[in-house]
Design a binder for this molecule. Sequence first.
Ligand SMILES: Cc1ncc(COP(=O)(O)O)c(C=O)c1O
Length: 409
Amino acid sequence: MLTLDFHPTGRHFLQIPGPSPVPDRILRAMSLPTIDHRGPEFGALGLRVLKGIQQIFQTKHPVIIYPASGTGAWEAALCNVLSPGDQVLMYETGHFASLWNKMALRLGIKPEFLGLPGAEGWRRGVQADMIEARLKADTQHAIKAVCVVHNETSTGVTSNIVAVRKAIDAAKHPALLMVDSISGLASAEYKHDEWGVDVTISGSHKGLMLPPGISFNAVSPKAIAASKTAKLPKAFWAWDEIIEMNSSGYWPYTPNTNLLYGLAEACDMLLAPEHGGLAGVFARHQRWGEGVRAGVRAWGLEIQCADASVYSPVLTGVMTPEGVDADAVRRIIYERFDCSLGTGLGKVKGRMFRIGHLGDCNDLTLMAALAGCEMGLKLAGVKLAGSGVQAAMDYFASHAAPVPMRKAA
Ligand SMILES: Cc1ncc(COP(=O)(O)O)c(C=O)c1O
């Protein structure tokens, strides 16, 4: 039997790096009655969310919304602009980059998977110089796209997309730039147009604070032009019919109405000037990341991301000492303190756990999560160098949030 209403006492701490907790305000918006998706009210809702999501991606160009998880939007991105046998350059930052690479193979594309050897690549961001060198060697311009993950959710590394753009330009290469910002969008700074990205892929259940179920392709004019001649089979995912119908706020199929109510609310929350707008969102996440990392350092544990210039504001990967099963630690924290943490994925399974600091959280939810981690680590027999809870409290207390949380009477 499902125990969805299982509520021992207090609240559950959902500290995985997505799905992230859904604010009550969004849950309330989603509880409105489902309406006729061909009626006039729906058209107004459609236009509103399409405008709002453009502001979140920081683009003037179309953003396609699919009733699908992020994986669907990955497939949509590839099959709209590529043809069977096309070469693409992908970069291995971690588990999600590897899954996208696997998908490309299954679709009949020829991905080349660049990366640093061994486990090292999973501790660092995209090395733009490697991309530049590879593109310079491709004098025939056989490579049709460069595909990178902005925020690698399996490791807690946020790659420098501007540097990747510069590398493509320095190589004078016409390849499209395709970026997975499924867990970066609406938490880490992201500028689709200014950064010269051709297709950005994202999802609802991370920074946007919605349940899983909708995902996105933000597309440049160059990507739309490529989609006109691309030959991979596509029907449901095809951009052209969707873009055409979106001009009046509708979709060619039945859209995910109640999640769109939630999206309208999420855009209002994220763009609200009184909370600092998107700049406020990014600054909040940077600060939360700093506080959590101060805690991890005080424990004397290693952060999965080994390059401070690409620390993720979305999540922190915590490496457990040799011989300590990170999943056993997570289990203790879940069972004893009602807190869910992200598991290690792929190459780092059992070697690390992930603390999400994205979306609807604040200093005190993060302090609770860190307290759960500290108690759980000690119960698992890990010798800690000091108190991460104290270090994070010191950080948060001495670094006020850029926009005050509330004003007292
Ligand atoms: C960076 C990244 N890419 C792709 C995915 C896959 O998205 P989904 O699980 O929504 O299909 C995820 C999911 O966590 C992710 O974090």
